[in-house]
Design a protein around this ligand. Structure first.
Ligand SMILES: [Zn+2]
Length: 293
């Protein structure tokens, strides 16, 4: 990154801000963008400016402790969250934070984007967890982000928005697009009765393709823990596992998801929950025992 002229990086941030605003990912002065310039220098967006109307000269240079080094304006109040990411991830050179409405809807509803549904999401982001709520611009938010960012490139922030990281700023922006697109598709699928999930076998196969696409960031799928289900804690980071049913031999698992809001075809052989009264259950057991005899 050191060989990219500073003026180009300033212009890149302006362009990413314009795209975030044009796509409705930020209202008013929401959102912030940053780029790592070197060991101890970060270029970032100023506070109190719409991301759709920035100019290159507005950017601020700060050190890793957030002290201003250059610029007429002050850095965004969410800078602490960006600095935490750079401290935790030596490979990260750009951070994008925005409030895309559908992804933020999932973050507000407390529903992580963790289902094995789309190949491109599994290969680029894996599972997208929700970092606990922290009051914006206080140290609470960096603390919540720290828990997941060592193993994830994209997070939802509870009751707030989303955060993405990458080796350069457009890649981080594209991950933001992918999260919002995924949220949109997930919402449509749930309104239509629930997602058909990819099998664990297929998830592992897709993860195997990461290397081919040159994706070298930490495996956000938590391969070691995939069979555990739910959230798996490692020594100093929490990894949200991609949720996929254990269905060897099948690539797409046919059937309504466990949380479908209303029942679809009862013929499906998925792992949906069924509810029986005690009397019905006793009758089933009795019948099974009779057949055995
Ligand atoms: Zn925000």
């Amino acid at each position: 990154m050191a060989d990219v002229p500073l003026d180009t990086l300033r212009a890149d941030i302006v362009e990413v801000g314009r795209r975030l605003y044009a796509r409705g990912f930020c209202a008013s002065n929401d959102g912030n963008i940053s780029i790592r310039l070197g060991e101890d220098r970060i270029l970032t967006t100023p506070k109190s400016v719409s991301k759709g109307f920035m100019s290159p000269d507005m950017m601020v240079v700060v050190d890793l402790d957030g002290r201003k080094v250059a610029g007429d304006r002050d850095a965004s109040s969410e800078l602490l969250m960006h600095l935490e990411v750079y401290r935790q991830r030596a490979d990260v050179r750009a951070v994008v934070h925005a409030h895309p409405p559908l992804a933020t809807g999932f973050a507000v509803a407390g529903v992580p984007l963790d289902r094995a549904v789309l190949a491109e999401v599994i290969t680029t982001l894996g599972s997208i967890p929700i970092a606990e709520y922290g009051t914006p611009s206080t140290p609470e938010l960096p603390a919540a982000v720290r828990q997941y960012i060592r193993v994830h490139d994209g997070l939802l922030l509870a009751n707030h928005g989303a955060l993405t990281v990458a080796h350069e700023v457009f890649a981080a922006y594209y991950k933001m697009e992918t999260i919002e697109h995924f949220a949109k598709i997930s919402l449509a699928a749930r309104l239509l009765g629930g997602e058909r999930l990819l099998s664990q076998e297929e998830v592992l196969r897709l993860q195997g393709l990461r290397g081919r696409y040159g994706i070298a960031s930490p495996a956000s799928i938590c391969l070691d823990d995939i069979l555990e289900g739910g959230v798996a804690a490692t020594s100093d980071a929490t990894c949200q596992v991609v949720r996929a049913p254990d269905a060897p031999g099948e690539r797409v698992v046919i059937g309504p998801s466990r949380t479908a809001r209303w029942p679809t075809s009862p013929s499906a052989g998925g792992d949906e929950e069924i509810r029986l009264t005690y009397r019905q259950l006793a009758a089933l057991v009795e019948e099974a025992v009779r057949k055995l005899q």
